[in-house]
Design a protein around this ligand. Structure first.
Ligand code: DX5
Ligand code: ZN
Length: 221
């Protein structure tokens, strides 16, 4: 798919050289930058806050795709948007009223996405589609980089694709977790168009070559 977007997740970057890492993936052809925000409550890990997003915003031009894995997105989403987030994804089980959270994100000028965990049926989140610019299909359980891709999510991606196409909805499908050059074609062929890859890019020696191989794999499908 020509319109496929690659969003390297900085969770797997070398944080002691974050600016260089970001600029290296941007130069290698990354379309967006995926920023995994974890608070040690919703998931056991703690990662990045608005201050870091503000600094990242200064060193790259590409859209910042901020994935909130935190217990209180209503409180913190505005801070991330102020810091420069272009996209904000939320997990519905962290919001009192997910629709209101999505609407608030949009009102503040960012694009809103609803995240769907591997064990959540599409039917449970369909009511949020109207207020979403993107559906974030988790292909691992949130919490850590470097986990194995859960192939059982693929039929759900196909199901989301069908709904979006049939209703002609202006919504992107993003897939996140365990995606590398050797399985990206499967994920894109199934219907995802924004591909998050952390270890699949940052743990490889040559980002230019990795992103080139990812695009090549997708072109051959
Ligand atoms: C998981 C995160 C992912 C993760 C992807 O909680 O949401 O974005 O960083 O990393 P890889 O590609 O290594 O699975
Ligand atoms: Zn993520």
């Amino acid at each position: 798919m020509e319109s496929m977007k690659i969003a390297p997740s900085i969770l797997s970057a070398d944080f002691s050289r974050l600016k260089d890492e970001i600029q290296a993936v941007e130069a290698a052809g990354a379309d967006w930058l995926h920023v995994d925000v974890m608070d040690g409550h919703f998931v056991p890990n703690i990662t990045i806050g608005p201050l870091v997003v503000e600094s990242i915003r200064k060193v790259t031009q590409i859209p910042l795709d901020v994935h909130l894995m935190i217990t209180d997105p209503d409180k913190y989403a505005p801070e991330f948007i102020k810091a420069g987030a272009d996209w904000v994804s939320v997990h519905p089980d962290t919001c009192k009223k997910p629709t209101a959270t999505l609407q608030q994100i949009r009102r503040q000028g960012a694009k809103a996405a609803i995240a769907v965990n591997p064990d959540v049926p599409i039917e449970n989140v369909e009511s949020y589609f109207a207020d979403s610019d993107m559906i974030l299909m988790m292909t691992v359980f949130p919490g850590f980089g470097g986990q194995a891709f859960i192939a059982e999510v693929l039929p759900k991606i196909a199901q989301a694709r069908k709904i979006i196409d049939q209703r002609n909805l202006p919504i992107l499908i993003e897939a996140d977790g365990g995606i590398k050059a050797d399985n990206i074609d499967l994920v894109v062929r199934t219907g995802a168009e924004v591909i998050v890859s952390g270890s699949g890019i940052f743990k490889t020696p040559d980002y230019v070559d990795t992103i080139r191989r990812m695009r090549q794999a997708v072109r051959q499908t």
